[in-house]
Design a binder for this molecule. Structure first.
Ligand code: PLP
Length: 456
């Protein structure tokens, strides 16, 4: 019965569904993995197979897949006020309470919160705010935004342009102009022989400064960074990197946007990655774990410097001409607010801090495996990067799809991890327990053993 249900699901999916980030040419042969329920950190497919979801879906389901408090908050909100908007001064109690709560949690003093529905929309909004801000303060030339190669900031036109991933630009005619990319701070891959993390960070900050000078500081408006680069391969910044980068930004009056879409809400062992790595952003974007992924919602926080200029400018124009039908959606805000309360009630940051050493040790336990080049991570996020010859740092030929093969083998062990190139990422729900961490790495170890026996 399960098999026939799956066959029917697969046929209809192939016939009707255009999948994001999927090879659309091969999808009809490969078919979908249809997930139909979840409990705790596990999900189950339409053939009854259970998987330990070590990626929290797409880095988001931090409270797992069956939190009853969130379900109830959503249902209460739906029965109370299922929809209202926030244009033209309208508001609703959930949006008001959520904005206040986010400001009270922010890693640096923030003044106002703007709501959107996805990380991409939040970053697009941040770009527009940077442009609007610089017009408002009489520096209309300062419009270029600097991002980093291998960054991921989303898929809307501006957010995709900010992303530094070639396949996301190719044939979409992106990036748009005024978006620049500088070096990726991946020490293991890009440091010169013998270069320390600190020296590498100095070199990258120097290159950033040179780029700003080459472009003309009067043309550069903002720099955007994920504290830990997620989809680029879980790249933890090298020591002193953000200190040095921020000194350069301050020198040329370049705003800092922290993309906390993955790092926000406990992932790195602090409530925000900005705290873990010492970022002092003017604008902060958050999404994903804001609602534990249960409903689409994102937030853009701005400091008073940005807000004051934006507010004054909107006064001149007569409106702040930006916003979404679902900005501050009452159901999404109610679920997000409850999510933040659960984080507090369950002391989620302390939980992450207590399990992080075991999690990082579990990753490190694979460091000397035959094909493992680098193991990296912080808090409850990490990755293992495969190399054909780790000692010589020789990568696999991308055509071999080593990372994807390992992720497939993990799936056969009932474990969902994510391959990004040959980096295999782990970002489990924050509610994971010590026993479940052991279970997760035991499953991964079995997959790795098969990989070693059968690959290359
Ligand atoms: C750091 C970061 N920023 C932005 C986004 C885009 O978020 P969304 O997919 O909700 O548009 C993502 C998604 O993975 C992300 O990881």
């Amino acid at each position: 019965m399960n098999a026939s249900m799956h066959a029917e699901n697969a046929a209809t999916d192939i016939a009707a569904h255009l999948h994001p980030f999927t090879n659309l040419a091969t999808h009809p042969q490969v078919g979908p993995l249809v997930i139909q329920r979840g409990d705790g950190i596990f999900v189950e497919d339409d053939q009854g197979r259970r998987y330990l979801e070590a990626m929290s879906g797409l880095w988001c389901a931090s409270l797992g897949f069956s939190n009853q408090r969130l379900a109830k908050a959503g249902s209460d909100a739906l029965y109370g006020l299922p929809y209202y908007h926030t244009f033209n001064g309208r508001s609703n109690p959930a949006a008001i309470a959520l904005a206040e709560k986010l400001l009270s949690m922010a890693p640096v003093p923030m003044s106002k919160v703007f709501f959107a529905n996805s990380g991409s929309e939040a970053n697009d909004s941040a770009v527009k705010l940077v442009w609007y801000y610089h017009n408002a303060i009489g520096k209309p030339g300062k419009k270029k935004i600097i991002a980093r190669r291998n960054a991921y900031h989303g898929v809307t036109v501006a957010a995709s342009s900010l992303s530094g991933l070639v396949p996301n630009h190719r044939d979409f005619d992106l990036p748009i102009d005024r978006i620049l990319h500088v070096d990726c701070p991946h020490h293991f891959r890009y440091a010169e022989a013998g270069e320390s993390e600190e020296d590498f960070a100095t070199r990258l900050a120097g290159a950033l400064e040179q780029r700003i000078l080459d472009e003309g500081p009067e043309t550069v408006g903002a720099f955007i960074a994920e504290p830990v680069m997620g989809a680029g391969g879980v790249l933890v910044p090298p020591a002193t990197y953000f200190d040095k980068v921020q000194k350069v930004l301050a020198k040329y009056e370049v705003l800092l946007i922290a993309d906390e879409v993955i790092c926000g809400f406990g992932r790195t062992g602090e409530m925000f990655g900005s705290t873990t790595f010492g970022l002092k952003p003017d604008i902060l974007t958050a999404a994903k774990a804001l609602s534990s992924g249960y409903v689409p919602i994102s937030a853009v926080m701005v400091n008073e410097k940005v807000h004051a200029a934006v507010a004054a400018n909107s006064g001149k124009i007569g409106t702040f001409g930006h916003g979404f039908t679902y900005s501050g959606h009452p159901v999404a805000c109610a679920i997000a607010l409850e999510t933040l309360k659960v984080y507090e009630d369950e002391n989620i940051v302390a939980h992450v801090q207590s399990l992080a050493p075991q999690f990082q040790q579990g990753l490190q336990s694979h460091a000397s495996r035959k094909y493992v080049g680098e193991v990296r991570g912080v808090g409850l996020i990490g990755a293992i990067e495969l190399y054909a010859d780790p000692a010589k740092r020789t990568p696999f030929d991308p055509a071999q799809k080593a990372g994807a093969r390992l992720a497939e083998l993990a799936l056969a062990q009932g474990l969902i991890v994510r391959a990004m190139g040959d980096s295999v990422a782990f970002c489990p729900p924050l509610i994971i327990t010590a026993e479940q961490i052991d279970d997760m790495f035991a499953r991964f170890g079995r997959a790795m053993a098969v990989f070693e026996e059968t690959f290359a």
